[in-house]
Design a protein around this ligand. Structure first.
Ligand SMILES: [Zn+2]
Length: 596
């Protein structure tokens, strides 16, 4: 009924008007017009005067050429609608602003977005939400230059949040590299914070210091032995100063008691709210342990999850895995929480030379990285999760790690071919041997990649693996040529989760300073359409919700992100401007959860 029938001339006019409005457009609620007569079907919410891209057309070719029916002609993308009407959490219709006005009733809220773009809700498919939420209740020490400044931040935090005596304070983010020769002692911290144990954790996990109460709780005393791989720093008399190096950090971390359920729930909600404000309508949480899962279930039962969460069961938590084998894959009431997948951990990271390579590291002869069972991968238990019908998403970074994980899938599929339909994923899929792209396709494995890795890792990738292997690294176009679905995420907190940063990284393969010119291995760049699909349509497929969300189409969930810029138009003009983009609104199941 509401097919969009703009004449080409009108579309061009719309496009021109939209571009003019890109400069300043923020959605303002408009007073509801009084309808003369109530429409038969009245919407709860109408968003109008936008540049709507439904993404509800077929996929582009493996080379990124848009489908014949895509709203693309003469090399120019045009929005396929202007407005969207929402009722009861689902999309009632999309079309022109005047077409949608038919659904304006006396109770309809109307938002004029003045030429902003209306997109399917974005999904970050690889996150660690508890770490993001922790940034709000822990003390942030990023950027502190002196010990005095660091201690002051802790004192202010305790006062501002009325933290009771005895409760642990975790502060993190001081730069161990910069402070390598001047690790503080406990004295100032102990004197300034006498009533709460405090851990001052470094930004890279290689150094920490604590106050007197924290030292006592961590067993950091004159008699304490240095832990294997770590050091308790001591003064001239052999007494610990309160500072520790390397594995010594674990002494403090292990002394911090687990959070209460209430604080854990708070932390998750805080993390999800940051994502909601960043334009995401759903996240996939890569590795949820027993405590976090209990918090998610509790939040879901109270309807307190602001956005949708695909909570992957941690493949390191054997008790949780066996519990879920009994329960089976579950979509919780309210469609906010999905527990239907497991996160396996197969090898380490490339930066730290832990990723498993087929040939030795270019910058460390004789070293191949670590993987498999000695790295905490439970072959048997994760195989049992596949058998129980769970999607299995395995972290694999090196070409050796990727090959071994593909073999793991192949071995299991031989037991029961139905496992192949579980939309299994390899997380990161970072360095892949040229022969193995076809194996991804053969085994129907999704490549879950994080575009920001290219922007940041490119400075050392060639050192680690050399030029030849780098050509098969972050090889997104090659994946597309092999028919492998790509889903995109950030792997926050390690990398910034801004959707604009993610889009920019995938489309340009450059860092934010536009380096290197033309992009790093530019033949692997993706188009704007392919990248948006990785964050929307494909992300929904990976969550088994492609019939409910991921595109804007009548009857689907009203999961929508409104951006102040038209990504397609920006990329056509100058993709560097993607980085100036802003999220204006986030809508989840028809609820406006964020409005700038
Ligand atoms: Zn991760």
């Amino acid at each position: 009924m509401f097919k969009i029938q703009h004449s080409p001339a009108r579309l061009k006019l719309l496009a021109a008007v939209g571009i003019l409005l890109l400069v300043s457009c923020s959605p303002e609620p408009v007073s509801t017009p009084i309808a003369d007569t109530e429409p038969e079907l009245s919407a709860d919410l109408i968003i109008e005067n936008g540049r709507l891209y439904s993404m509800a057309w077929p996929e582009p070719s493996a080379e990124g050429v848009p489908a014949a029916s895509a709203p693309f002609s003469n090399g120019v993308w045009s929005p396929d609608a202007q407005a969207i009407a929402i009722k009861d959490g689902v999309i009632l219709a999309i079309g022109s602003t005047s077409e949608m006005s038919e659904f304006k009733g006396s109770a309809t809220e109307v938002v004029d977005v003045h030429g902003a773009s209306i997109m399917p809700g974005f999904v970050d498919t690889h996150t660690h939400i508890e770490e993001l939420g922790a940034t709000l209740d822990d003390v942030d020490l990023k950027g502190v230059q002196t010990e005095v400044e660091a201690v002051e931040r802790v004192v202010r935090h305790i006062a501002a949040n009325d933290i009771p005596a005895g409760q642990w304070i975790v502060a993190r983010g001081w730069d161990e590299g910069q402070w390598a020769d001047r690790f503080p002692s406990h004295d100032l911290l102990s004197a300034s914070v006498p009533n709460n144990p405090v851990l001052m954790d470094g930004m890279n996990g290689f150094g920490a210091w604590g106050n007197q109460l924290a030292m006592a709780a961590a067993g950091i005393t004159a008699d304490a032995q240095d832990p294997v791989g770590g050091e308790i720093i001591r003064d001239a008399n052999g007494a610990p100063t309160g500072a520790v190096r390397n594995r010594g950090v674990a002494l403090y971390r292990e002394a911090v008691p687990p959070l209460s359920m209430e604080r854990l729930e708070n932390r998750l909600v805080n993390g999800l709210r940051i994502m909601q404000d960043s334009g995401f309508t759903a996240v996939h949480h890569a590795g949820v342990n027993t405590e976090l899962m209990a918090a998610y279930e509790s939040l879901a039962s109270k309807d307190m999850l602001p956005i949708r969460v695909n909570a992957m069961i941690s493949g390191r938590d054997k008790a949780l895995m066996s519990q879920w084998i009994t329960r089976g894959p579950t979509r919780f009431a309210g469609d906010k929480l999905f527990v239907q997948s497991v996160k396996g951990y197969y090898d380490g990271s490339l930066g730290a030379r832990g990723a498993k390579l087929l040939e030795e590291y270019s910058d460390r002869p004789g070293h191949f990285g670590v993987s498999g069972e000695e790295y905490g991968f439970f072959t048997e238990e994760i195989g049992a999760m596949l058998l129980a019908g769970f999607q299995v998403n395995i972290h694999a970074i090196g070409d050796g790690g990727n090959r071994e994980v593909l073999q793991f899938f192949r071995d299991n599929f031989a037991i029961d071919p139905e496992m192949k339909a579980l939309r299994n994923r390899i997380e990161h899929a970072q360095v892949v041997h040229p022969d193995d792209f076809a194996v991804y396709d053969e085994l129907d494995v999704i490549a879950s990649v994080q575009p920001p890795f290219v922007a940041e890792d490119k400075v050392w990738t060639v050192d680690r693996i050399g030029l030849d292997r780098a050509a098969g690294a972050y090889a997104w176009r090659t994946f597309r040529r092999h028919n492998v679905p790509l889903v995109f995420g950030s792997d926050l907190m390690g990398y910034d989760w801004s959707i604009f940063y993610g889009l920019h990284s995938a489309i340009t393969r450059q860092s934010t300073d536009s380096q290197p010119p033309g992009g790093w291995f530019p033949e692997e760049k993706l188009t704007a359409e392919e990248t948006i699909r990785g964050y929307t349509v494909n992300a929904s497929y990976a969550n088994f919700t492609e019939n409910e969300t991921g595109m804007l189409k009548e009857g689907m969930w009203a999961d929508i992100t409104v951006l102040d810029q038209d990504v397609f138009a920006t990329v056509a003009q100058d993709p560097a401007h993607l980085l100036d983009g802003k999220v204006l609104m986030t809508i989840v199941g028809g609820d406006v959860v964020y409005r700038q």
